[in-house]
Design a protein around this ligand. Structure first.
Ligand code: SF4
Length: 366
């Protein structure tokens, strides 16, 4: 059953140096074609209603006012009453008129691409916003009733120290947002950074920074509910929970992925191809042990881990019986722990979760 809808909006008002998302410079002609194609791609799902709709990108707010309204109209049709409706925005392209539109179409969660407030790193990343723009956008959103706000934080910049990170974190705390997503800088192939030979910090330093983020955010009342995500007052991202609980979701737009009727698929990353009618380019049926592996891998990203009852319902097996030997070993090393209802990765294990999951699922053939 489809539980959520993700729509990729591939337009940006500038291109950042580290970015490997599907995106192009905003162009009015392409944006209009894209919206027509999006409407066409959405049509077979006209009766679908879900608890979460997410507009990501790219930068949805890079569209002009009229296009932004068309996008919100297409997206909102999927939303059940009281569902979570998230839009990613950048502060430099989201003015009060767009905030008003979001409020009008019941957007109730906004994710702001901040990354850092450090002027040196903003310049390095090629980001165009200022601290004042972010603060003023948050104020505007709150004035229009949108109080569930998330901000992205990036860390692990070249030469970044804990002290510099601490200054950035302090500014994030002052924003008073409900949710912070934290990701280390990664140098992806074919990005401007890769071409420039920019190097991220080494793993040990990145880990030390991740620990510092955990410490500072926990002290400020943010609880880490997933490896990279922290929320205050239970404001977890319901949309991302659909991914981490390994539930099905519809992906629309170029560069999106989806999971529908046990098929994982990718849409074309080419905006030109998409605008000419190309949607899915890869499809892969998930079955047997592969489904179980994905379920374990995704659920163990969550602090709450795997729900024993949910696992048994889905796979008709008892988790602690299937994985008894490995669980004993990993619990013995204080990398995993469990109670009556869940098994999860401990604080000690969280930063090496990939190795723990690989160890746990070693005997799952697929
Ligand atoms: S990081 Fe975001 S704003 Fe920057 S180019 Fe990529 S999608 Fe656009």
């Amino acid at each position: 059953m489809i539980e959520a809808v993700y729509i990729h909006v591939p337009f940006c008002s500038h291109i950042c140096n580290y970015c490997d998302f599907t995106k192009v410079f905003y162009n009015n002609g392409w944006a209009e074609q894209y919206l027509k194609m999006l409407q066409k791609e959405a049509t077979p799902y006209a009766d679908l209603r879900v608890n979460s709709v997410y507009l990501g990108g790219g930068t949805p707010s890079a569209l002009n006012q009229q296009e932004f309204e068309t996008l919100l109209l297409i997206a909102r049709k999927f939303l059940k009453q009281n569902g979570e409706f998230t839009v990613e925005v950048n502060s430099e392209s989201c003015d009060e008129n767009k905030v008003k539109l979001m409020a009008k179409y019941q957007v109730n969660r906004v994710s702001i691409g901040v990354q850092t407030f450090n002027p040196e790193y903003l310049k390095l990343l090629g980001r165009k916003h200022s601290e004042e723009q972010v603060i003023s956008l948050i104020k505007m959103l709150k004035e229009h009733g949108i109080t569930n706000i998330s901000a992205d934080l990036m860390f692990g910049f070249p030469r970044e120290t804990k002290k510099v990170l601490g200054q950035d974190l302090q500014k994030y705390l002052e924003l008073g947002v409900e949710h912070i997503s934290c990701y280390p800088l990664q140098i992806e192939e074919h990005t401007i950074f890769a071409n420039q030979g920019i190097k991220a910090l080494n793993d040990d330093k990145v880990y030390a920074m991740y620990e510092e983020i955990n410490r500072v955010l926990a002290k400020a009342g943010y609880s880490r509910y997933e490896i990279s995500n922290f929320a205050k007052n239970e404001h977890v991202s319901k949309h991302n929970l659909v991914y981490w609980h390994d539930q099905e979701y519809l992906g629309l737009g170029p560069g999106s992925s989806g999971y529908v009727a046990k098929v994982r698929y990718d849409n074309t990353k080419s905006i030109i191809a998409y605008n000419h009618g190309v949607t899915r380019i890869n499809e892969h049926l998930i079955q047997g042990n592969e489904e179980e592996f994905e379920y374990i891998m995704l659920n163990l990203r969550l602090k709450s881990g795997i729900d024993f009852k949910d696992y048994q319902k889905r796979f008709n097996k008892v988790f602690l019986e299937v994985f008894s030997q490995k669980v004993k070993m990993l619990v013995g090393q204080n990398l995993m722990s469990y109670d009556d209802a869940h098994i999860y990765i401990t604080e000690k294990g969280i930063y090496i979760s990939n190795s723990i999951i690989a160890e746990l699922t070693l005997n799952l053939d697929y």
